[in-house]
Ligand binder design. Structure first.
Ligand code: NAD
Length: 296
């Protein structure tokens, strides 16, 4: 299938590479020339704009930082809606607020197109391995139709309900993730201060009731998990500023639902402190630096 792909960052690039490996034809656009070149080297065509990337495409995938980027990529003069053929479906895998996803759904519909929110879970490792979980918001029929495209990038493709519910699932999941990472970081730093070896403590946690993705796959203490960003200087994973954005989405959503978000609000302040100290681009597991000080 011919796919127009916009947004080739930490997640988008490996996702697009997997679509190429699955035999699809890709036309790609990103603000970064270097990101586009990596895809071109693997067989994709570089486009000069989102409009050019989606010209002649049967499917469109966007993987952008936040709702403002999605809005501009869709609606700009040289944007997706200006170049897309009628009837083509736009799959947005960015993590954004459910209300914006519903707004983009209506925008696409008014233009004679279809839109699904399909945010992902699984991190850069899952994006590279093609094992992402997709949380799909849209009609049952639309969900069935996007499965062949999404299966080139992920393993679990879950229908969450109508447009926007994929984002509901995603922000609730990331609320848990932001909180568990802060909890594991706090416990690992405490263990270090009290004199236990970090690998021993990590190992115990991972066969005990403290086990979670933040401890067994993405442990924030360097050296506990060889493949985790903490072991490579907190680079190349899920940026702190993106986690901060997601916790903002969760706490805003809680406010609109008239619910408290005690844990989310505290976690949000931790990542805000990191970002304010200039660590916003580091992987979010660098939150442990707030506890370890100069050792981190
Ligand atoms: P990223 O910052 O690495 O990549 C975003 C890419 O979008 C960059 O290459 C940037 O140049 C490009 N971009 C920005 N504005 C653009 C525009 N107007 N036109 C074209 N390209 C533009 O972010 P990421 O880590 O790949 O995350 C993307 C989305 O996926 C975010 O919404 C994030 O919350 C979500 N997400 C990330 C992870 C993760 O582990 N990194 C996991 C799950 C979900």
């Amino acid at each position: 299938m011919k796919i127009g792909f916009v947004g080739l960052g930490h997640m988008g690039a490996p996702m697009a590479l997997n679509l190429l490996k699955a035999g699809h034809t890709l036309s790609v656009f990103d603000l970064s020339e270097q990101a586009m070149q990596t895809l071109a080297d693997a067989g994709a065509t570089k486009a000069a704009s989102p409009k050019a990337a989606v010209s002649g495409a049967e499917w469109v995938v966007t993987m952008l930082p936040a709702a403002a980027h999605v809005r501009s990529v869709l609606t700009a003069e040289d944007g997706v809606l200006a170049g897309i053929a009628k009837g083509v479906t736009i799959i947005d895998s960015s993590t954004i607020d459910p209300a914006s996803a519903r707004e983009f759904g209506k925008l696409a519909q008014a233009h004679g197109n279809r839109f699904v929110d399909a945010p992902v879970s699984g991190g850069t490792g899952g994006a590279t391995a093609g094992t992402l979980t997709f949380m799909v918001g849209g009609s049952a029929e639309l969900y069935e139709s996007v499965k062949p495209v999404l299966s080139g990038m992920g393993k679990n493709i879950v229908h969450c309900g109508d447009t926007g519910t994929g984002q509901v699932a995603k922000i609730c999941n990331n609320l848990v993730l932001g909180v568990t990472m802060a909890g594991v970081a706090e416990a690992m730093a405490l263990g270090e201060a009290l004199g236990i070896d970090a690998k021993v403590l990590g190992g115990i946690m991972n066969t005990s009731t403290g086990r979670c993705w933040s401890s067994d796959t993405y442990n924030p203490f360097p050296g506990v998990i060889e493949t985790a960003p903490s072991t490579r200087g907190y680079t190349g994973g899920f940026g702190t500023d993106l986690m901060l954005k997601d916790l903002g989405l969760a706490t805003d959503a809680a406010k609109s639902a008239h619910l408290p978000a005690f844990m989310g609000a505290i976690a949000q302040q931790l990542y805000q402190a990191m970002s304010s100290q200039g660590d916003g681009k580091l992987d979010f597991s660098a939150v442990i630096k707030l506890y370890r000080g100069t050792k981190g």
